[in-house]
Design a protein around this ligand. Structure first.
Ligand code: DGL
Length: 262
């Protein structure tokens, strides 16, 4: 048993979609979340810069006493998780686009994936696609421009809709029956996405699977919180924290949101 918090980081508000899954599955765990909004979008940065930012966030979470780190960002996972796992002693959980379940279930054998440039260009993404989606046509599209709008709290603006139409039209023309959301910001666009894609297209992301994996690794390492008390949750943002508060205003537990210069 270990009562230290779980550390979670993302380039901004997107990873709160993962935090919600983790909190729902493990209500007794304390969490510390870092929203590195000042440096968003990670997806447009170089592999080296993404690694540097991931190290900075990890060091801060470990200084704060976290027992494990959840990299709640596909871009940081696909570019930095191998390094992090080799250089730190705590367990790391990452998130990658849910290509495998989509490929297994697709009837049209055509799967769309919307993710950042940083994710789609990473070696890890390519090896996952090659290993788990043979015989499947993957229609990739970079969601450039989406993260900055979501960071401003825009989830259904005309600009977001116009971008999504542009990104999704070619995928739909190719006959996708699964749309994989390969960025933790994108689940917040599901209501708008459902206006654009037909009901026959399944929209999937990896949030629930990441929460299950987090729990499994805590159990395996004897790190579950054993104090039997409702978890405490602290969120730090290094830019305008208003959006972070907005993304958390519907959660069923108390959370503390603060500005921190990191
Ligand atoms: N939430 C990050 C991800 O899952 C967003 C990346 C970005 O900041 O561009 O990829």
């Amino acid at each position: 048993m270990n009562d230290s918090p779980i550390g979670i980081f993302d380039s901004g508000v997107g990873g709160t979609s993962i935090w919600k899954e983790i909190q729902g599955l493990m209500p007794f765990e304390d969490t510390i979340y870092l929203a590195d909004s000042k440096n968003a979008p990670y997806g447009e940065k170089s592999e080296g810069d993404i690694l540097t930012l991931s190290i900075k966030n990890t060091d801060l979470l470990l200084d704060m006493g976290c027992k494990m780190v959840v990299v709640a960002c596909n871009t940081a996972t696909t570019n930095a998780i191998d390094f992090l796992r080799h250089h730190y002693d705590v367990p790391f959980i990452g998130i990658e686009p849910a290509i495998k379940p989509a490929a297994l279930q697709s009837k049209s054998k055509t799967v769309g994936i919307l993710a950042t440039r940083g994710t789609l260009s990473s070696r890890l993404f390519h090896s996952t696609s090659e290993n788990h989606a043979s015989g499947i046509r993957i229609v990739e599209r970079e969601g450039s421009g989406l993260v900055p709008l979501i960071e401003k709290g825009e989830l259904a603006s005309d600009e977001i809709k116009a971008l999504l139409y542009t990104f999704l039209k070619p995928m739909l023309a190719e006959g996708i029956d699964y749309l994989v959301l390969g960025c933790t910001h994108y689940p917040y666009l599901i209501p708008v996405l459902k206006e654009i894609v037909p009901e026959t297209v399944q929209i999937i992301d990896s949030g629930e699977a990441v929460a299950r994996q987090t729990k499994a690794i805590l159990i395996k390492n004897g790190l579950l919180n054993g104090n039997g008390q409702k978890g405490k949750h602290v969120f730090y943002g290094n830019s305008n924290t208003k959006t972070l508060e907005k993304f958390l205003n519907d959660v069923p537990v108390d959370v503390r949101v603060s500005y921190l210069d990191f």
